[in-house]
Ligand binder design. Sequence first.
Ligand code: GLN
Length: 530
Amino acid sequence: MRKYIFVTGGVCSSLGKGIAASSLGSLLESRGLSVCMIKIDPYLNVDAGTMSPYQHGEVFVTDDGAETDLDLGNYARFTSSPLSAANSITTGQVYQEVIRKERKGDYLGKCVQVVPHITDEIKRRIYSLGEQDGIDVTIVEIGGTVGDIESIPFLEAVRQIIHERSRRNALSVHVSLIPTVTGGELKTKPTQHSVKTLREIGIQPDVLLCRIASEMEDGMKRKIANFTNIDYECVLSAHDVTTTIYEIPVVYRQQGLDKVVCDRLDLPCKKDSFSGWAEVAETWKNAEQTVEVAMVGKYTELGDSYKSIDESLVHGAIANGVRIKIRKIDSELLTTSEEAEKALEGVDGILIPGGFGERGINGMVEAARVAREKKIPYLGICLGMQVQVIEWARNVLGVLDANSSEFTPDGENNVIALLEEQVDVTQFGGTMRLGLSESKVLEGTLIHQAYGSGAVKERHRHRYEVNNAWREQFVNSGLIFSGFTPDGQLVESTEWPDHPWAVGVQFHPEFTSSPLKAGPLFRDFIAAIL
Ligand code: GLN
């Protein structure tokens, strides 16, 4: 029998369910089990691709080009679960499929309903991944909070799976909050109520992860166990950590989460190769030096907008045995050269991340100029590479109105322009250049040195490219184009001459970096800073 674990959240959102699910995945993998991670998002969007990073945080891209919820990024950083479009399930996808079948006549004669048709489609999607060859445990994270209207069909499907497979093969893990009220007193009541809500739906949680400011005392654990019908050893303290999120698997392991889960699910729990995670946490703790990198973008107000880049910088720092501080700068505030120089004072490196739309572009160009002129290590990702090219055109070639046709469609000097295949695209969802593809990089360049190979495979998510009509002028003036699509048609990476370290890439190296194996560009960016 395949095993299933369902992770739900109670009391409020943003409790770190994704990190909890991912940490559990990493613990089971270190026990020699193979894990498949699934995220369920109860919203009606078919995927996360059309949502603003302000609303929903970063859009994570998989190898097959799916635009998914950022939790898939956590899964990728913590586990080696296969991740593709199928691992991200939304209400939009489920209804789209059921309505498609209804129109086709698959349910002819029947009244199509939430139960059983929607719940059956949800179960079909979960089982189709969970029953694949080579998968021992499937961990399904249900987005949202228990009690929300949107998640009811998903929780009903979970209840049915636990019933069909029995509690020996399907487990419920609930992540809840123990808040502090005025006066510093900790309160267990919201958790009791959230478990009660879950029980009303027909799900008795087996394991409870209590989010709490500092480690939970034994008396409180016993009280919660008693009131929620959960065994004492299955009530765990999920307290805040002071280092990085990579310490969380360590915290859960100390309390025996892997053991409890393996016992309940009757899983062999022999091997234990956990040391990598402990080492990551230790490296961060013991690091003596801290480097500071400025991230100059337009979505800086929301912490999760550049989640994978933030994490990749941490990975790069860990790979170099140092800590990192990220100074997030809203590019819209850099309206003059002086402002840019002032805002960037004292930083050790400058990173310009991906983005869409014109707002804040000139500030990014100013930041790139500062990096180039003051010889500060620079990493440009997607839009950050396009900005590097625009900056060169404006300040080295002297083409003052150089821009991208994304921002000035009728401009005369669009050095970044629309891919030809994109010209007639009218729909927004899932229509960009998306997913994994190979770039050929030239020997003797920084990017070749970083990857140690002439073939680099990373994921894309963009519509615009370096305009080939300008390529010769750029090369003649000294700008280095270091990587191309295999047919040589499109520029994939750029570098500055006479500069300690500057790489711009049209792809997104942040989607494949992990704490156990830092992305090569992040590792070398930090190394160059040091
Ligand atoms: N907006 C730019 C484009 O579509 C860059 C996209 C990105 O940074 N992901 O090409």
